[in-house]
Design a binder for this molecule. Structure first.
Ligand code: HOZ
Length: 439
């Protein structure tokens, strides 16, 4: 189909492909932010990816920092994962019966993630967060939860309140269709604000099941925790008998082999994992203290299930990915590349005279078009989305693929090499200049 389209522009075949898709699916996509509306254009349509590069239907190559929104820490189609998938697929790919691959991945996750003593695999981060909250409520016998504005824990009803990611990008941080009764027990606090958490816990003492937080916020751009914030949350939770839930869907195996909890030395009661844990296949997990996790069905009464949960392909991809991360110097290489990228971006922005705040934790980055440091959602919202849009479009034209949102993180993979950085920073010089023309 794509080959029949006459090439009138760099994106002609993508435009044709998307016109067809738009007739068939809401916004032409299967996840809203992919529609590029926040950057004022239609998306390119991808044919394949290898290493750090994705290629579109027009044959354009891009250095990719989307990385499927986080899972692809080894880049696209890494050999170790491809080999594991090939080996597994020949044996069948779903049984609705236990396999040894599930046990192997469970063993590795439990070995690597400090808080996880027992784990349950699910299919998406949304499912993991929803299930962990249900467990927290059941275990405490309490109904209320605390979440931070701008944090995103998937699109389940009770958590889709002042949510980051696509919800913020598209201007619907709290969605219609979510009854007020389902969010009445969700208390909101600003990220990085311990006083607000204390006040909420005092005001609702004895009623709060858990405090849910992204230990590094990655869905309002990348916002690192202030020094002492995560330990402060741990202490407050202990003081008020509230469970601490780290949503490490984005940070798990990304900022450190043991996740943000290992990096910052703070152990939550429950942890959600996703993205890297499935090596790019639909897979997520929740886990934590054994006494809590044993309350999950069938060991306990807290019901949660899934036909494709723990399916062999996802388990094999996750296992192969984690083994590479464990057995190589991947995190050193990620750290060096991401550090050079962040430094280069700051330099390029300064040369263009455009104020930006470049944030970074390991291989997660944020570029805020803002004058002052960003520590929470309110501050993230002050960033110049119009300048981001100009920057994004110029980067795309220069062969660099970013998430089409000022509120998503950039992800570096082990496949990003010096040539990728050179391309990126050369593009960034032009793109910051383009952003600077927006007054
Ligand atoms: N958690 C993902 C990154 N914010 C969501 C990506 C999406 O909404 O498609």
């Amino acid at each position: 189909m794509a080959k029949l389209v006459e090439k009138t522009s760099r994106y002609a075949r993508s435009d044709a492909a998307f016109a067809r898709a738009r007739k068939l699916m809401p916004g032409g996509v299967n996840s809203p932010v992919r529609a590029y509306r926040a950057v004022g254009r239609d998306p390119v349509t991808i044919t394949h990816g290898k290493g750090a590069i994705v290629t579109d239907v027009d044959g354009n190559d891009y250095v990719d920092y989307v990385g499927s929104y986080g899972p692809l820490i080894l880049g696209h189609a890494p050999e170790a994962v491809a080999a594991a998938l090939t080996k597994t697929i020949d044996k069948g790919w779903t049984f609705g019966m236990p396999t040894e691959l599930e046990t192997q991945l469970a063993e590795l996750v439990i070995e690597l993630v400090p808080s996880v003593e027992v784990v349950r695999f699910v299919n998406s981060g949304t499912e993991a967060a929803m299930s962990a909250i249900r467990l927290a409520r059941a275990a405490t016998g309490r109904g209320k939860i605390i979440k931070c504005t701008g944090c995103y824990h998937g699109h389940t009803d009770a958590l889709l309140v002042q949510a980051g990611s696509g919800a913020t990008t598209l201007g619907t941080p709290s969605s219609p269709g979510v009854p007020a009764s389902l969010t009445a027990d969700t208390l909101l606090v600003p990220y990085n604000d311990l006083d607000a958490v204390r006040a909420a816990m005092q005001a609702h003492a004895g009623d709060i099941a858990c405090m849910a937080v992204e230990p590094v916020a990655g869905n309002m751009g990348c916002v690192p925790p202030a020094e002492g914030y995560l330990q402060g949350l741990r202490d407050l939770c202990d003081e008020f008998g509230v469970l601490l839930l780290f949503d490490e869907v984005m940070t798990g195996f990304r900022v450190n082999l043991g996740g943000a909890q290992k990096l910052y030395g703070v152990t939550p009661d429950l942890t959600c994992l996703g993205k890297v844990v499935g090596g790019g296949l639909p897979c997520a997990a929740y886990g934590g203290r054994e006494d809590l996790m044993r309350q999950v069905s069938p060991d306990g009464p807290v019901y949660q299930a899934g036909t494709l949960s723990g399916n062999p392909l996802a388990m094999a991809a996750g296992l192969a990915t984690l083994q590479v991360l464990r057995d190589t110097d991947a995190y050193l290489s990620l750290e060096l590349t991401a550090c050079d990228l962040a430094t280069g971006l700051r330099t390029a922005a300064a040369q263009a005279g455009v104020p930006v705040q470049v944030t970074r934790v390991g291989s997660m980055l944020g570029v805020f078009f803002a004058d002052a440091p960003v520590r929470n959602y309110e501050q993230a919202l002050t960033c110049r989305a119009d300048r981001f849009a100009a920057f994004f479009n110029a980067m795309l034209d220069e062969g660099v693929m970013l998430a089409p949102s000022a509120f998503e993180a950039w992800f570096v993979s082990t496949a990003h090499d010096a040539a990728c950085l050179e391309t990126t920073l050369a593009a960034a010089e032009k793109a910051f200049a383009a952003a600077g023309t927006i007054r």
